[in-house]
Design a protein around this ligand. Structure first.
Ligand SMILES: Nc1ncnc2c1ncn2[C@@H]1O[C@H](COP(=O)(O)OP(=O)(O)O)[C@@H](O)[C@H]1O
Ligand SMILES: [Mg+2]
Length: 367
């Protein structure tokens, strides 16, 4: 069986690495073969909207998935010609548009931030009146790693925020002075079997995930996150892995966004869960039974961003796992990650505290 995947980044690479032992083949589609997944699997190179190439991907695949969200839903639907696509394009379409995403949360009674749609300078001004200050202006589409966002602290920021982002459809939402951030990752099969990973606690700096601690033990929050996850999985008749990011504010969850795919905050599951998120995504879309999602010990995942440290001095750390995506270094770019696994939560957190200053000397990140 061949799994076709649009996007050949590190997520695609980790999907293929998880699928090969199951006897599955992979075919990727991306702009260049010089990509993390392109180095370990066959790849079709072309522009993402190229329907001839997408149709070839569909013809040569038994099921199509994606490791990247900013692809054309219409082009993929037209090119698929009956080849199954998982996760469903309806979920991808919602995840691509922050306004559709917020409305979907509202429809399913999943608490989220106050928001307003913005498509003109006057409507931004009205949105600020209605939602209040401080707030965050975000592009509805194409945002990732905090890109396409502008924080407004006073009305004087309306002008520069509009100048910075005003050429695209926008969403304005309240700035949430959250206690912390969490995410939940779940997986659903075609037959409706559901697996849920434990809660992740996530630390972002400048909009980019730096550190995840998992499992994060917070039973009431975990129950609320699971309820939201089940609602979304059933709503979309979902197949594959789905992630929800939340703010924890006044002890309650506010949904921030969804990702219809494997997620950076779940990288720890490679070494820290019975079955990784990557393997379970592949199992679900290939029509195989799910593997257990239970954690093995307590994990901390640290992203390696901008420059790749030399592995040598870190590999000597007991129980540390190193993942180099072999990408060109660039400011703010995710180049790799490392995971440590410990027998207790307090040992795990103590290890993360020791490692973080070595990897992020310039950042005050305190788990
Ligand atoms: N309304 C908000 N209030 C406070 N912080 C926010 C808000 N929106 C985003 N952030 C911060 O920026 C990060 C990235 O924003 P997010 O909306 O998740 O976009 P993306 O991950 O697609 O870039 C969040 O994880 C959070 O740390
Ligand atoms: Mg996010």
């Amino acid at each position: 069986m061949t799994i076709g995947i649009v996007g050949a980044g590190q997520l695609g690479q980790m999907l293929a690495l998880a699928g090969y032992p199951l006897g599955l083949d992979f075919l990727f589609f991306d702009r260049s073969a010089d990509t993390p997944a392109g180095r370990i699997a066959p790849l079709l190179a072309g522009e993402f909207h190229d329907e001839t190439l997408l149709a070839e991907l569909a013809r040569r695949s038994d099921v199509i998935s994606f490791d990247w969200e900013n692809i054309s839903v219409g082009a993929l639907r037209r090119a698929a010609h009956g080849t199954r696509i998982a996760p469903p394009l309806s979920a991808l379409a919602v995840a691509q548009d922050r306004l559709a995403e917020k409305r979907c949360f509202e429809r399913l009674s999943i608490p989220t931030t106050r928001f307003a749609s913005v498509d003109s300078r006057a409507s931004l001004s009205r949105a600020v009146d209605r939602v209040g200050l401080p707030g965050v202006l975000k592009t509805r589409r194409f945002g990732y790693d905090g890109k396409g966002q502008y924080v407004l602290r006073s009305r004087a920021d309306i002008e520069p925020a509009w100048d910075a982002l005003g050429s695209a459809p926008l969403l304005y939402e309240e700035f949430v002075p959250f206690e912390y951030e969490v995410s939940i990752i779940g997986v659903r099969t075609r037959a409706g079997e559901i697996g849920v990973y434990p809660l992740n606690r996530n630390y972002h700096v400048d909009g980019i995930l730096r550190l995840t601690l998992a499992p994060w033990i917070a039973p009431a929050l975990a129950r609320a996150a699971q309820r939201a996850l089940h609602k979304l999985l059933e709503h979309f008749n979902y197949v594959g892995v789905l992630t929800i990011e939340f703010f924890v504010h006044r002890g309650r969850l506010l949904a921030n966004e969804i990702a219809p795919r494997v997620h950076n905050s779940g990288h720890w599951t490679i070494e820290g869960a019975v079955t990784s998120q990557f393997e379970n995504h592949v199992r679900a879309i290939a029509g195989l039974p799910l593997g257990a999602t239970a954690p093995r010990g307590h994990s901390a995942m640290i992203n390696l961003i901008g420059t790749m440290p030399a592995a040598h001095s870190f590999l000597a750390e007991p129980g540390l796992h190193w993942h180099d995506y072999r990408k060109e270094p660039r400011h703010g770019r995710k180049l790799g990650h490392c995971t440590i696994n410990e027998s207790t939560a307090s040992r795990r957190t103590a290890r993360a505290k020791q490692l973080l200053p070595r990897l992020y000397p310039q950042l005050a990140l305190r788990p």
